[in-house]
Ligand binder design. Structure first.
Ligand code: ATP
Ligand code: MG
Length: 566
């Protein structure tokens, strides 16, 4: 492709709207442009890489016998209503009505539609197992679209759904997707970690996320260098600490704490650290008010709490509910004397002589000992793992890192097939519910993650497998006939050899062309300059910066070598 004819609106300045490297570089290199908040257009150069990522995904899915099809993005509400997700999705779902006042949505994910399609099309065990997939646009009205195509409101996802007869079959289909995903992200040259993820209280028996470690990642992962354990922070288990029993239990005492409510205020008031407190958080779980207690410096893990309570919705209680439950204003709740369900974090079990709210406005209790002072409480792991915790498998120190979730594989079990009555006839002619798995990869997020891990001060450093072009040819002076002729010859012969080549035939200064070539990250740069008359060109590898002069006859072989190894 001749660059003079292409839409590549590169930018010198860092666009104000972008916070992270990949977003800045995608805008600066002219790969995409923002249309609205969380809505983007891919421009020609960006779209080439996008298609390459898609191709890699497609090839690896096909290799595992998954079949591609495409569903509509515009979906009638009925099936989402049957599974309850019409309500569960809440404001994240883009909803609309047709002229006949019927409810539709723009699909945020397609479990229902695939389940229905399989229900209508597959009747017998003879047609199972089956894995179907699509690479299609999804719509989610995200609360906080950000980081460009990393978290947007319109994005392309590869979503796959497997249908099996039994658990063993589901396990096999799941492992096939695990293999495909590993190959996909390997081919994209991403450095990733596979982590255990939460699969929810209702249905679902296993789930893993493919995470690209990155400081800008929105997910937190806990991993152990010793035994290889890795889980996201919703899932990572916290161990019950070994308590020392040589501390004397002191008598419980009520202390007046006028207007002292927050942990910071309490620390100041009592001159002690947050670790000395147990904080009581009041939640509403499907309309039932419950209390959750964790150490003052810890973070409550709502996923763990929700799983334990087995509820559809978990929200913080409002002031009125808190008053009704604790008989006190917000800030003075505690475990003692509550008549609602109380769930206590495992760690609190081992705390001695700690401080809590007294369930009385402006009062706290000191020297509380949960085993001595309360009865019938449930002790459960409900906190989020953090630095200083131990690995739940081998007890070594756990490490915490941030990650970008690029892919997700999930054993759904019969969650959707049961709700939508997706059955098959087994060998004995008996009707059985199919078991299902679902598997997603964000195409744009994968592309942005590749940039996040492959860039330098000059721009993007594309891995060969997804580079928009493999080679860029830059004539130093296109008005010089010798240079122009040689550059054109090279361009033609590279193309004839199946190489994807960009020809910078623009009448720009060499500095501008070099900067653009670095910025857009083409893996091989061939410069045709002063030595064109002698048949010598300059050959530069973007990733290493290695540069040498080579005879023009050697270019094809060298390029082919580099394409297969870079
Ligand atoms: P997140 O926790 O980041 O919101 P999710 O759990 O909602 O992700 P899934 O529903 O499992 O994501 O979707 C599968 C894949 O789709 C994700 O692994 C990610 O690559 C991609 N994806 C999800 N939401 C977005 C988004 N808003 N923008 C771009 N890609 C997305
Ligand atoms: Mg999400």
């Amino acid at each position: 492709m001749k660059m003079s004819k292409m839409l590549i609106p590169t930018l010198r300045e860092v666009p104000a709207e972008a916070e992270i490297n990949s977003h800045k570089l995608m805008l600066r290199a002219g790969l995409m442009r923002r249309i609205a908040s969380g809505v983007y257009a891919y421009l020609p150069l960006g779209f080439r890489t996008f298609k390459k990522v898609e191709k890699i995904i497609r090839e690896e899915m096909d290799r595992e016998d998954a079949q591609e099809l495409v569903m509509s993005a515009l979906i009638p509400a009925e099936s989402y209503k049957e599974t309850g997700r019409w309500d569960i999705f809440g404001p994240e779902m883009f909803r609309l009505k047709d002229r006949g006042d019927r409810d539709f949505c723009l699909g945020p994910t397609h479990e229902e539609i695939f389940t229905q399609t399989v229900k209508n099309g597959v009747k017998s065990y003879k047609n199972l197992p089956m894995t179907l997939y699509q690479i299609q646009t999804k719509y989610r009205d995200e609360r906080r679209p950000r980081f460009g195509v990393m978290r947007c409101r319109e994005f392309v996802m590869k979503d796959a759904y497997s249908f099996d007869m039994d658990e063993a079959g589901l396990e096999e289909s799941y492992q096939a997707m695990y293999r495909a995903y590993s190959k996909i992200f390997d081919r994209c040259q991403l450095d990733y970690t596979v982590v255990e993820a939460d699969s929810g209280a209702m249905g679902g028996s296993g789930s893993q996320e493919f995470m690209v470690k990155s400081d800008i990642g929105e997910a937190q992962i806990a991993y152990c260098d010793n035994c290889g354990y890795a889980a996201n922070d919703e899932k990572a288990e916290c161990l019950e600490p070994i308590s020392s029993d040589d501390v004397k239990l002191l008598p419980i005492k009520e202390v007046k704490t006028l207007n002292v409510k927050t942990i910071e205020q309490l620390c100041e008031f009592f001159s002690c650290s947050a670790k000395t407190f147990a904080k009581t958080l009041i939640y509403k779980a499907d309309d039932i008010v419950v209390a959750a207690i964790i150490r003052g410096d810890r973070e409550l893990n709502e996923t763990k709490l929700q799983n334990h309570l087995n509820c559809n919705e978990l929200i913080m209680a409002n002031d009125e509910d808190i008053f009704n439950a604790t008989n006190a204003k917000v800030g003075f709740a505690g475990p003692i004397g509550l008549s609602i369900k109380v769930i206590v974090d495992l760690e609190v079990k081992g705390m001695v002589n700690f401080i809590t709210g007294a369930n009385k406005t402006d009062y706290h209790l000191i020297n509380v000992n949960i085993n001595r002072d309360t009865k019938n409480l449930e002790f459960v792991d409900i906190r989020t793992i953090g630095v200083g915790d131990q690995c739940p498998k081998c007890q070594n120190d756990i490490s915490i890192a941030r990650g970008i979730e690029v892919g997700h594989i999930f054993k759904l079990g019969d969650k959707y097939t049961k709700a939508l009555d997706c059955t098959y006839l087994d060998q004995n002619g008996k009707s059985q519910t199919m078991l299902m798995g679902c598997y997603g990869i964000g195409v744009g997020r994968t592309m942005a993650s590749i940039i996040e891990q492959n860039n330098d001060e000059y721009g993007i450093v594309w891995p060969m497998s997804v580079a928009p072009y493999q080679v860029i040819i830059i004539p130093i002076n296109i008005s010089n006939e010798v240079q122009a002729t040689l550059a054109n010859q090279l361009y033609t012969s590279l193309q004839e050899n199946g190489v994807e080549v960009l020809f910078d035939d623009r009448k720009e200064r060499p500095g501008v062309k070099f900067n653009d070539a670095e910025l857009i990250g083409i893996p091989i740069r061939i410069t045709v300059g002063k030595k064109a008359g002698e048949g010598i060109v300059e050959y530069k590898v973007r990733r290493t910066g290695d540069m040498d002069e080579i005879a023009v006859e050697k270019v094809i072989t060298r390029v082919k070598d580099d394409i297969s190894t870079l």
